[in-house]
Design a protein around this ligand. Structure first.
Ligand code: FAD
Length: 455
């Protein structure tokens, strides 16, 4: 590795950080690595800053290749072994006693007996159950891990440029030149773009500017459901995160990101773009469980802007809520009536997200998604699943959307693009959708860069 060979990483989310830590452990000196992050060390946006969306996430480590991304489409390595590495990357930054406690949870929520019982209830309801091995760290513990990562990078001499937004990159000879919003230009022999969902627009522009072919991925739009935690207990006790899927009118719909005893929160992409999400703080149980119900929409020719389609839903919703998310009690959603404060007062549970204003989700969300979600909710309200869900004990929040649309059309098993030494990882490039797979993708790219640096 020559004196001026650097590894430049765009985005300090779990993908970018895992790449940096892996590269150091596999032989690249820390002072040869630069990580560029547009947010602050601790950022109020919940989707930017050191740790990325991961720093404020619910900290559920989902150790399944079928969940949280499509890494298995590219990676030839043993995915299970990779997930073990990811688990180590999180747990080793916690005190020894807690490490052991979390390790002992391996398999706890993938109990075959409970799985068989839930699976049978799903057959009766016309749904599918996906068992998953989950380790729920919770938000506070996840933040501790992220702090450990920061200290590790700092002590290893990594240059972490915070509050610096990358505006583009280009190839010059055997170097990648990265331009930043403060006018700075940085040169790297290897470049990893890991900008997460909040960096999606930047990535689309950068891919286009570099002539890299892309393909549309699906988008997920829907609502966040909040209900009485006692109602969800039979499922959350057994699985923590119940992953249920339906096929309604040929459309895919599913539960996602279950937060037992959690609260509904806001994630902010910019001044105009916000969405709801969920969080569990085990130390502060709320008596409510929330989860997303998402309708997967794939838009192909002639549409090249699936994100704009989802953006329209987000914008319309927050217009209705005067720049706030909206909340509707289930009976109003079902009867096609907007909710008002008086309906919220009559509801058996209080919303955990106080700033959400009562409104009418159907005015913003397309008719097909509403129909699919309504039918799916009725299927969930079945014997052995979430009986009692479709009642005055349930609230629906909007907008809830997951945008992972444009991805590079060609990536190698090491996540290198069609351009030499340009790698992609994480959610922004449409490769992953969760902490474990995002981190795993960073490990893969970081390892390959270290191998090339040693060669
Ligand atoms: C509230 C919430 C809860 C979640 N809970 C869970 C959970 O429990 N379990 C789970 O598996 N997943 C969860 N997720 C998803 C998880 O956080 C993401 O899948 C994961 O963080 C993706 O990692 P990433 O590194 O690809 O991207 P990110 O974490 O989004 O990080 C990317 C970073 O790149 C930076 N960036 C973007 N563009 C630029 C640019 N142009 N210049 C410089 N920097 C840039 C961003 O500021 C960001 O910090 C949650 C997400 C949210 C928002």
């Amino acid at each position: 590795m020559s004196e001026d060979d650097r590894f430049v990483i765009i985005g300090a989310g779990p993908a970018g950080i895992a790449a940096a830590i892996t590269a150091i452990r596999e032989g690249i000196a820390g002072d040869r690595i630069t990580v560029i992050e547009q947010g602050r060390r601790r950022d109020p946006s919940r989707v930017r800053g050191f740790g990325g969306a991961g720093a404020n996430s619910d900290g559920k480590l989902v150790l399944e290749s079928e969940i949280g991304g499509e890494l298995h489409e590219w990676i030839k390595a043993d995915i299970e072994a990779l997930f073990d590495e990811v688990l180590d990357l999180y747990l080793e930054f916690l005190p020894e006693d807690r490490r052991g406690r979390y390790r002992a949870m391996r398999g706890r929520f993938r109990n075959p007996e409970a799985g068989a019982r839930i699976g049978r209830a799903c057959i009766r309801a016309g749904l599918e159950f996906i068992p998953a091995d989950i380790i729920p760290l919770g938000t506070a513990t996840c933040r501790e891990v992220v702090s450990g990562w920061f200290e590790f990078l700092e002590q290893s001499g990594v240059e972490v440029l915070l509050e610096t937004r990358v505006t583009g990159f280009r190839a010059e000879g055997d170097r990648w030149i990265v331009t930043c919003d403060d006018g700075r230009e940085l040169a790297g022999r290897w470049l990893l773009a890991a900008p997460g969902r909040s960096g999606h627009d930047f990535l689309v522009q950068a891919l286009e500017a570099n002539g890299i072919e892309t393909v549309n991925g699906p988008i997920d739009i829907g609502v966040r459901v909040e209900t009485d935690a006692r109602l969800t207990e039979p499922l959350t006790e057994a699985t923590w995160e119940f992953k249920l899927r339906g096929l309604i009118e040929g459309e895919r719909v599913r539960t996602f990101c279950v937060c037992p005893q959690g609260s509904v929160i806001v994630e902010r992409y910019n001044e105009e773009l916000l969405a709801v999400n969920g969080q569990t703080r085990p130390e502060q149980p709320t008596g409510r469980t929330n989860f997303a119900v998402l309708h997967t929409v794939t838009l192909d020719e002639p549409c090249h802007s699936p994100n704009q389609f989802a953006g329209l839903y987000i914008r319309t919703t927050i217009i209705l809520g005067a720049l706030n998310p909206i909340v509707q009690v289930w009976p109003n959603f079902e009867r096609r009536r907007r909710s008002r404060m008086s309906d919220l007062r009559k509801c058996f549970i209080e919303p955990t997200l106080q700033r959400a204003l009562p409104g009418d989700i159907r005015l913003a969300l397309n008719a097909r998604s509403c129909r699919v979600i309504e039918e799916f909710m009725h299927a969930l309200d079945s014997d052995g699943l979430l009986e009692g869900l479709c009642s005055n004990r349930t609230l629906m929040y909007a907008p809830e959307a997951k945008l992972y649309t444009v991805r590079p059309a060609r990536l190698s098993a090491e996540l290198e693009s069609e351009r030499e030494n340009l790698f992609f990882a994480g959610d922004g490039a449409g490769i992953t959708r969760g902490l474990v797979q995002a981190s795993a993708s960073g490990i893969v790219a970081g390892r390959e860069v270290a191998r090339r640096a040693r060669a």
